[in-house]
Design a protein around this ligand. Structure first.
Ligand code: ADP
Ligand code: MG
Length: 350
């Protein structure tokens, strides 16, 4: 398990609210042209000229969305940013700014917040976004983080969930199910650690799935790839809750049905072996696991030659008339209705 490397513990009271904000935000650089005024006034000022704006918010609550016994704070900061950027990219937009609001109890020393902000700073650098503000307050128990992301886009380029048409192909980026299986491994090791704190687990052969859980990447590269390939998806959504609930959102909003082929769903070999080890069906995990932050999209059949053979994009099915419903075509060619469970309810399954 992750040890607390911070020997030093500076009480937050020592800095006061303003001292704390200054300390945490002093390293943030401003690189976006649209940022006119950043941290330091009553509000930030942005200028997007003729672009449309996309705005999205996520709230992360300790013990509900993350467990600090195995999530390093630096990774948490990074992931909190990714979760939001993923929503911006799912609109086909460029992410430009974020705000960060935190509620923190005095159980956390300054060094813990420094770690959190180091993760946020790394994400901001890599994804080229400006941190332009936030809010800081105290909490009586755990840590709460709320991030709002802002992005820009030309009106003609926006991709909604509602644009899928019968015969469009259903395409997914990367592979899915890994973040959920990474979480299963981490939860198991946490239980082992409780019984035997001296035990140092060997997690090497779970490296990929654990990384997918602790340090996901938002797929900005896929948005860029689609532009380069001159493919504009007809609909798009990011996979935060699992393939089945995301495809259901597209079908509902586009008023269409879908056929997904079980044998086309991209799974990493580590997901397959972890599923065997945990004795769970890998298709169930792909459909209902969560937090993969891949992009699920539909494209017109005409665009198929442009994506064909690209290792980042997998065709997993096609859109049908609404009346045909949402179906999974299993490996033995049975058609079974897809029901969206969402990944939280997986826990009550057995
Ligand atoms: P106000 O009293 O107007 O809410 P604050 O004192 O909370 O102002 O914030 C001062 C400045 O610092 C503002 O620009 C605000 O957006 C920014 N800020 C506050 N908390 C954070 C934080 N946790 N992360 C980043 N910026 C923050
Ligand atoms: Mg404030």
């Amino acid at each position: 398990m992750i040890e607390d490397k911070n020997q030093q513990r500076t009480a937050l009271e020592k800095l006061g609210e303003f001292g704390l904000i200054d300390h945490l935000t002093k390293n943030f650089e401003i690189n976006q042209k649209s940022t006119i005024k950043s941290i330091g006034d009553d509000a930030a000022v942005l200028d997007f000229k003729s672009k449309q704006l996309v705005v999205t918010t996520d709230l992360l609550v300790e013990h509900v969305h993350f467990d600090l016994s195995y999530v390093p704070l630096k990774h948490l900061g990074y992931k909190a940013v990714m979760v939001n950027l993923s929503d911006v990219y799912a609109m086909n937009a460029s992410a430009t700014q974020i705000t960060i609001s935190i509620a923190v109890s005095n159980r956390f020393p300054l060094e813990a917040l420094e770690e959190l902000y180091a993760g946020i700073e790394t994400a901001a650098k890599i994804y080229d976004i400006d941190v332009i503000g936030g809010d800081t307050t105290s909490s009586t128990t755990g840590l709460i983080i709320s991030i709002t992301a802002i992005g820009e886009i030309d009106a003609k380029d926006v991709i909604y969930r509602s644009g899928a048409k019968p015969n469009d192909l259903v395409v997914v980026s990367g592979d899915i199910g890994a973040a959920y299986m990474g979480l299963q491994v981490l939860e198991r090791e946490k239980e082992v650690f409780k019984v035997n704190p001296k035990n140092q687990p060997d997690l090497d052969h779970y490296a990929y799935i654990i990384e997918r859980q602790l340090k996901p990447e938002a797929r900005r590269d896929i948005i860029e790839l689609l532009k380069k390939l001159e493919v504009k998806p007809t609909s798009m959504i990011d996979i935060s809750d699992g393939l089945s609930s995301e495809i259901m959102h597209i079908c509902k909003q586009s008023e269409v049905g879908v056929a997904i082929y079980e044998n086309k769903i991209p799974l990493d070999p580590q997901v397959i072996s972890a599923c065997e080890e945990f004795n769970i069906d890998s298709t169930t995990i792909a459909l209902n696991g969560g937090e993969d932050y891949e992009l699920l999209m539909t494209i017109s059949q005409e665009d198929f030659p442009k994506i064909k053979g690209n290792p980042n994009l997998t065709v997993i099915g096609y859109i049908t008339e609404k009346a045909r419903g949402m179906n999974l075509i299993t490996r033995d060619e049975q058609s079974v209705p897809i029901i969206a469970k969402g990944w939280n309810s997986l826990e009550n399954q057995e």
